[in-house]
Write a protein that binds this ligand. Structure first.
Ligand code: ADP
Ligand code: MG
Length: 204
């Protein structure tokens, strides 16, 4: 079973990975965007870890909802509201349970990813974060909620954005010139799922 502390550890692990990869994320965003994705997420996840330390919500749903709200209020740019919606909607889907199963978290993440698609109007193949998130939730379904399988699928999905032309977000303004570069948001989404797999592995 996964409790509030598990979700807190997941988001802390995500903050560590985002910190470590911030330079790379910004480099990717400098090729097809405005070179702020790494710093946007670094600021956002630092604020998330700070508010979780301070408020320590008692359920998985409340941890995710608070983290999502914090991302929306601290991250400028497209990715703040999108990641914020992902976490808030996932949290809402978990309700008020004190502990949830991996399968319940997988179902909630599917609802969160659907909310991202609805908010941003993008679908898999548009060269956005959904190119990592959609395969990740599909892998969770196929593997009966293996977070390691989701991590692998998200990483593959992020790599597979290289030959795509961007159809949403700032990169879409480049048209065909967006081809040949990995999408920064798909790359950071893969980090978020990698942090989840890492946290689940550490929990045994
Ligand atoms: P901005 O583009 O406003 O500078 P960021 O650089 O933080 O914001 O985030 C860019 C990332 O956001 C892109 O790489 C892409 O993955 C994601 N993104 C942008 N627009 C959308 C959208 N409509 N739906 C899903 N993801 C999107
Ligand atoms: Mg940007």
């Amino acid at each position: 079973m996964l409790d509030a502390d598990f979700i807190h550890r997941w988001l802390t692990a995500a903050a560590v990975l985002v910190d470590r990869e911030a330079g790379h994320l910004t480099e990717l965003d400098s090729a097809i965007g405005d070179a702020d994705h790494g710093s946007n997420l670094q600021r956002g996840f630092a604020a998330v870890t700070a508010v979780l330390e301070k408020e320590a919500p008692g359920t998985p749903g409340a941890v995710l909802t608070l983290a999502g709200r914090q991302l929306i209020s601290t991250v400028g740019g497209a990715s703040g509201p999108l990641y914020g919606t992902l976490l808030r909607r996932t949290g809402k889907a978990l309700g008020e349970a004190a502990e949830v199963t991996p399968g319940q978290l997988a179902d909630a993440l599917r609802a969160g990813v659907a909310a991202v698609a609805q908010l941003g109007g993008a679908k898999a193949g548009d060269k956005t974060m959904l190119d990592a998130l959609v395969p990740a939730v599909a892998a969770l379904e196929d593997s009966m909620a293996s977070f390691a399988a989701a991590r692998d699928a998200a990483e593959q999905g992020a790599l597979a954005t290289v030959p795509l032309q961007a159809r949403k977000g700032r990169a879409s303004y480049l048209g065909e010139r967006s081809i040949g570069h990995q999408d920064p948001g798909a790359t950071s989404s893969a980090l978020l799922i990698a942090a989840l797999a890492q946290t689940a592995e550490a929990a045994g």
